[in-house]
Design a binder for this molecule. Structure first.
Ligand SMILES: [Zn+2]
Length: 235
């Protein structure tokens, strides 16, 4: 959301068709009708009119109820994290279109009692995949063997078998953790909110995947620090 002229906003949104940019007229006025619905990281059904100067917002219905998230520090940190990691990595239409259903599912999932960190982890995996940085979680990156997988090398981009472990940046992981990584990259949309992982198991994997994202995208995610803090500090 970028202020435009005195009273308007230019809004950049993701949609099932890719990125959409539209003008919200009068949004900066205190009584603007739709400014409580079209907010940062909210999911809306928006009606847009095609004007000579571009698309203009004419109506909007709230799909997500972000007020349910705003009072929860962990959920809010996940929402910000998903928003930032989406907008900073994905730019072309097909990348955004393919990750949109997972992002929507995660934002709506945050309104429920389901594990927010699990939603964050799976969504990050799907965003990476859409951006062309998916990990190979089916076989050893060195020999393509599907047997005896014991670790991961993020720099090489995937799993390792027992025979090929020992290179720089190879990490040995428990079968549980390998399964979580595999699940996150392969899980279909309808099963995203079926299995919740324990935060203390997931937090290390989350940190590693954030480093992987940042290394590949050559950027620092500002929201990542808060995300990790919110799940590691006692309240
Ligand atoms: Zn191998």
């Amino acid at each position: 959301m970028t202020p435009y002229r005195e009273k308007d906003f230019i809004i950049t949104a993701i949609s099932p068709e890719g990125l959409v940019v539209f003008k919200a007229v009068g949004f900066a006025k205190p009584n603007a009708k739709l400014s409580g619905i079209v907010t940062l990281y909210a999911i809306v059904e928006a009606e847009l009119d095609e004007k000579k100067t571009g698309l203009v917002l004419t109506n909007a219905l709230a799909v997500s109820k972000n007020y349910k998230i705003m009072s929860d520090y962990q959920k809010l940190s996940v929402l910000n994290f998903i928003g930032e990691s989406t907008l900073r990595l994905l730019h072309d239409e097909s990348e955004i279109a393919s990750s949109y259903p997972y992002i929507k599912k995660a934002v709506l999932g945050l309104e429920t009692a389901f594990s927010p960190l699990t939603l964050a982890y799976i969504t990050l995996a799907k965003i990476l995949q859409a951006g062309g940085y998916g990990l190979d979680v089916n076989r050893c990156v060195y020999c393509q063997s599907t047997n005896d997988i014991v670790g991961i090398n993020y720099v090489q981009g995937g799993f390792l078998c027992r025979k090929h472990i020992g290179h720089d940046f190879d990490v040995v992981l428990t079968p549980d953790k390998l399964n979580i990584i595999r699940y996150a990259f392969l899980v279909p949309l309808d099963k995203v909110d079926r299995i919740a992982f324990e935060n203390d198991v997931l937090i290390d994997l989350m940190q590693a995947l954030i480093i992987y994202y940042q290394d590949n995208a050559s950027m620092t995610l500002k929201s990542a620090k808060l995300l990790i803090q919110s799940f590691t500090q006692q309240h």
